[in-house]
Design a protein around this ligand. Structure first.
Ligand code: TXA
Ligand code: MG
Length: 349
């Protein structure tokens, strides 16, 4: 299914204004209509751009899988306008999900809960749980309200490629596959939401993201497990896995490496005549800094700042016909966990 390039509509909600601009409301009305008619709309969220369809419309959701070439075994996140809409999609609403919703929604955290009967099986890959998230983006929530239905929305990229943090990235990756793109500028968080399984005790993080374990534990009022943590003794249920956290993911087209000594590796590659992109944590050695075949990008020293720029940097380097991308791996400390997770996956394969 290939189409002409879709319209990209700029939308904004000026700080301090009680409502979006009239043009923005008109754009959201048009997007809501497309969604109700079964179309695909690329939408901004605070994490990354999503490829949205009516979550209650099986055929529309099937369009998401086809556009992304996403394996049908990988379930989708359903975006809701508020906790009431979330509960209407859940078969059961665990205490942990309620506490997370109260403390951290709207926000970049997705709760996995038992699925209710309204959610078509295609959304959950046939499974008995559904992933729900209320995005911290007022225009995304206003769109969901206008559409009047929950929106299934994975990141708006081809499966296994780098997620989009601008509308331009969506045009480049999926431009001929969507009906409409809503452009609200660059995403503030820059990496995908934290996914937490609330069907187990203690709740378990399936995908690290912008919200830390500490923030989740404070919300839940108790411990939260990492994916690799042992299950409680005697726990009979198999641990839920997040199918989308397979090893290769989020990868740029240019091969990406995480060498222990990146200065030595970059020098070696340049000596061999390669063109190299380098995400640099510290300062670049003066003898490398001016090299014609080197594109060195200084990265922020804080995890949130780094996350915000990571995908945009990889998209930009992918445009430059480089032979290799080298990355200084950030420290093995908990605040860097989500960034390290994405870098490790980008380097696999
Ligand atoms: O920030 C985000 O979460 C973005 C924006 C657009 O909201 N969305 C996103 O969706 O990253 P996607 O499809 O690229 O990633 C969804 C993740 C996958 O790892 C998938 O396996 C997992 O959520 N997931 C979805 N439903 C699940 C379920 N029922 N149980 C376990 N994992 C689930
Ligand atoms: Mg994705």
């Amino acid at each position: 299914m290939s189409r002409a390039l879709p319209d990209t509509l700029r939308i904004s909600w000026p700080a301090g204004a009680s409502a979006p601009l009239p043009e923005t409301d008109a754009a959201l009305d048009r997007a809501a209509e497309q969604l109700r008619a079964g179309g695909l709309v690329a939408i901004p969220t605070e994490t990354v751009y999503g490829l949205a369809a009516n979550a209650l419309d099986e055929e529309a959701v099937d369009g998401i899988f086809r556009a992304k070439r996403r394996p049908v075994g990988n379930p989708l996140i359903v975006h809701v306008a508020d906790t009431g809409m979330a509960r209407s999609l859940a078969g059961d609403w665990p205490e942990a999900a309620e506490r997370i919703a109260v403390a951290l929604w709207p926000g970049p955290v997705t709760v996995v809960v038992p699925k209710g009967p309204r959610v078509p099986g295609i959304v959950t890959a046939g499974g008995g749980t559904v992933a729900l998230r209320c995005p911290d983006h007022p225009l995304a929530r206003r769109l969901i309200e206008k559409a009047g239905v929950p929106l299934a929305a994975p990141s708006a990229n081809r499966s296994e490629q780098v997620s989009p943090t601008t509308a331009h990235h969506v045009v480049e990756g999926l431009g001929d596959k969507v009906d409409l793109i809503l452009d609200a500028g660059p995403c503030g968080r820059g990496i995908e939401s934290t996914v937490i399984d609330c069907t187990v005790t203690p709740p378990r993080i399936l995908r690290p993201g912008p919200l830390s374990r500490g923030e989740l534990e404070a919300a839940v009022g108790g411990p939260v497990a990492w994916p690799e943590d042992a299950s409680p003794a005697g726990g009979g249920l198999p641990v839920a896995r997040s199918p989308g956290t397979g090893r290769r993911h989020y990868a740029p087209r240019t091969p990406l490496e995480l060498p222990a000594d990146s200065t030595a590796r970059v020098a070696e590659l340049l000596a061999a005549g390669e063109r190299v992109g380098w995400l640099v944590a510290a300062t670049v050695e003066p003898q490398l800094a001016g090299h014609r075949e080197l594109v060195a990008v200084p990265m922020p020293a804080d995890p949130a700042g780094y996350a915000r720029l990571l995908y945009a940097t990889l998209h930009a380097l992918d445009q430059r016909q480089l032979d290799r991308i080298i990355v200084d791996m950030p420290p093995a400390e908990e605040p860097w966990r989500a960034v390290r997770d994405r870098l490790t996956r980008a380097a696999t394969g």
